[in-house]
Design a binder for this molecule. Structure first.
Ligand code: PLP
Length: 273
């Protein structure tokens, strides 16, 4: 396995970051996860733009898009695989122990790991932990993901693949690593960015391509929806079969199946929509 770290490809055993890296000590970093099929990343430009938005949100210097593109191309070429999770991590770099950031250069890592295509359907659970839509880092893809680690582990214990969260106002928000769509009265809806959810790239493409509405919804909409589906870079559009104890009938339902079909067709037409 070869990893890109700070300007060069290295063997995994030589790719080391400092124990004083601010990404490690306080989660001061941002990241992107991309799907790479046959060594080609999907929607790279959108991911680079979001990486910059997240970095600016933390006050990190803008990442150099040309360098990140080179890093991604290099790791994909060095680690051929049919279906991979390509991960770009960009942190505050070597810093004092504490929340103040140092003045060293940021750390840039690109790595890819073999993955498998998700099943078409899955189960989700709701959890009582909330997303804080008023957080200083709301909507930023930071490496401070411990809340998601805890909620996802709870989902796995309940034999589900995702945990869905409300925000502090009790409105539907998102999953630990996915956005959520519901079908109500035959129409597709997904929470607005003001809910505190991440501006998912798959979410944006489904809104654009399948004409979903961005609607502020109560968390309970999950219990009333005719259909529910998740979106993320590695899930694409994935139908939800069960929410907590409730079976949603035949999944994917008609609206979800249509969203899946549209997504596959449009995504197949161009790698960098
Ligand atoms: C919290 C969160 N919400 C939503 C998503 C989905 O975003 P995308 O479609 O850009 O992968 C992710 C992606 O990993 C995420 O971490």
């Amino acid at each position: 396995m070869r990893i890109w770290l700070d300007g060069a490809l290295r063997d995994v055993d030589d790719a080391r970051v400092s124990v004083f890296d601010h990404g490690l000590t306080v989660g001061d970093g941002v990241f992107e996860t991309l799907k790479a099929e046959g060594g080609r990343p999907f929607a790279l430009t959108r991911h680079l733009d979001r990486l910059t938005r997240s970095a600016r949100g933390l006050g990190l210097p803008d990442p150099d898009h040309d360098e990140v593109r080179r890093a991604c191309a290099a790791v994909l070429e060095a680690n051929p695989m049919p279906f991979g999770r390509l991960r770009v991590t960009y942190t505050g770099g070597v810093s004092p122990l504490g929340s103040d950031r140092g003045d060293g250069a940021p750390t840039l890592i690109a790595a890819v790991a073999q993955s498998t295509r998700r099943p078409d359907t899955t189960s989700v659970v709701t959890v009582d932990w909330v997303r804080n839509e008023r957080s200083a880092v709301a909507g930023l893809k930071t490496t401070s993901y411990a809340e998601n680690v805890v909620a996802l582990a709870a989902a796995h214990r309940a034999h589900a693949s995702e945990a869905l969260l409300a925000n502090t106002l009790g409105r539907l928000c998102e999953g630990t690593g996915s956005n959520v769509f519901v079908v109500l009265g035959g129409e597709l809806h997904t929470p607005p960015l003001a809910s505190g959810c991440l501006a998912g790239i798959t979410r944006a493409l489904v809104v654009e391509w399948a004409g979903a509405k961005e609607t502020d919804l109560p968390f309970e909409a999950l219990q009333q929806a005719e259909e529910v589906f998740l979106t993320s870079s590695l899930r694409d559009v994935q139908a939800v079969l069960r929410v907590d104890g409730r079976e949603l009938g035949a999944a994917p339902g008609p609206a979800t199946a249509e969203a899946m079909r549209i997504f596959e067709a449009k995504a197949g037409a161009g790698l960098d929509p």
